[in-house]
Write a protein that binds this ligand. Sequence first.
Ligand code: FAD
Ligand code: S2G
Ligand code: ZN
Length: 457
Amino acid sequence: MRLEEVIDPKQISTNKEDLTNYGQDWTRYYEPNPEAIVFPKNTQEVQALVKWANQESKKIVVSGGRTGLSGGAVAKDGEIVLSLEKLNQIGSINEIDSTIHVEAGVITEDLQNHLRDQGYFFPVDFAARGSSHIGGNIATNAGGIKVLRYGLMRNWVSSLTVVTGKGDVLKLNQSLVKNATGYDLRHLFIGSEGTLGIITEAEIKFTSPPKPQQVLLLGAMDLDAVMNVFKTFQHNLQITAFELFTELAMKYVLKSTGLNRPFSTESPIYLLCEVELESSETEGEILTAFEKCLEEGWLSDGVINQSEQQAKDFWRLREDITESLAFATPYKNDVSVRVSDVPKFMRSIDEVYKKEYPEFEVVWFGHIGDGNLHISILKPENMSMDQFLQKCRKSDESLFSKIQEFGGSISAEHGVGLSKKAYLSFSRSAAEVEAMRAIKRHFDPKLVLNPGKIFDL
Ligand code: FAD
Ligand code: S2G
Ligand code: ZN
């Protein structure tokens, strides 16, 4: 049976531009080469496509907002890309359950704004919010800048409708708060990166907006100082974000945004700390914590936002780092260790880079409050892409051996996809990977969905 007999030909595209755009995500190391792009409009059409792929031995790559950073939505081997773009309806809100029904293709920021306009708050948040889909956020168990206070995407999924790789439609958990009836299969699909099933609908939880917040931009002397500042703030205040970036990151983001330096003192490390003003005393408590960190010599300088605009500008210094580095096609890593291990870990890796790869410009930034570091290695102008990738992949071995030593993760929040697949064993045991393969075989016996992502069978 031909694809045109399964879905309206108007919902199929094979034009070159679409094949390129929908065949890739944010990574730029794979040549997109899909056979066609299909745009189903509902769960039933997704199910029909998956059944067809099983019958015709076709492979499907599931595509959301394509902001992924590990190649999960890349179609490089003639697959059919199934885009959830047309499943973009925001449904009814349930103010008793504090849930809202969405289709998978709803853009993250659209949901945030829709709930904000009704006086509610959806806290999964990061710089790609304007393009990423809720379905993609669920499939990657997205983290972002507010995990410290609100957790990851996993914490906000009340129920899921999924089309499994064999074409079954599963309605998981029915938005029950308590449901002790065997394995919570919802949590298998969350973070499965499109390899077990296609999320078509979800009931998403929401909460009340935080009280007004203050944002501090601080200059820290070194990594041990960062830990002391973190301890001081988190044990006295309700912090919603605690982000780090280095002077090198600051240099690039100032250049690309044209923003002003928040204060004149250049520091090796900058911290962005967002604090909720829980009571009229909180501003004083923030000042006390800030002054203590200055007196202890942990901070060189710092500033507390005096306006909404300044708070936004401080956030841009952190959130625009990715865009500001894009010119240098950076080689990215997204790793995590226990928060308390960050100083030792970061120092040990920085030593490796400085000693073995002196030509690398390494930009460190990330959600330090979660022990999550983003590393962007900028390609030296005089180095070919092939040579650069070869050196970076070689340097990964040192990075991931260190990760293994610290019991950390080779992918903190961006997923494994294609780009981290070769290193999975640094974070997951053979027994764990075997268990994941068995689960994959159950839900997708003909290996229709996202072939070659996370691990091979
Ligand atoms: P896509 O890239 O389209 O797909 C991602 C994976 O999910 C693929 O494996 C795909 O096959 C699968 N998938 C997509 N939709 C579905 C579905 N409906 N059902 C099943 N599988 C599906 N991520 C973070 O966690 N934290 C951050 O702070 C963060 N910051 C970012 C900043 C920038 C500037 C950029 C470009 C990306 C950032 N990301 C971050 C990464 C990315 O935005 C997230 O992983 C996001 O959740 C991906 O959503 P998406 O819809 O773009 O997914
Ligand atoms: C962030 C973005 C991706 C990167 O900004 O928090 O997840 O490594 C990252 O550039
Ligand atoms: Zn991040």
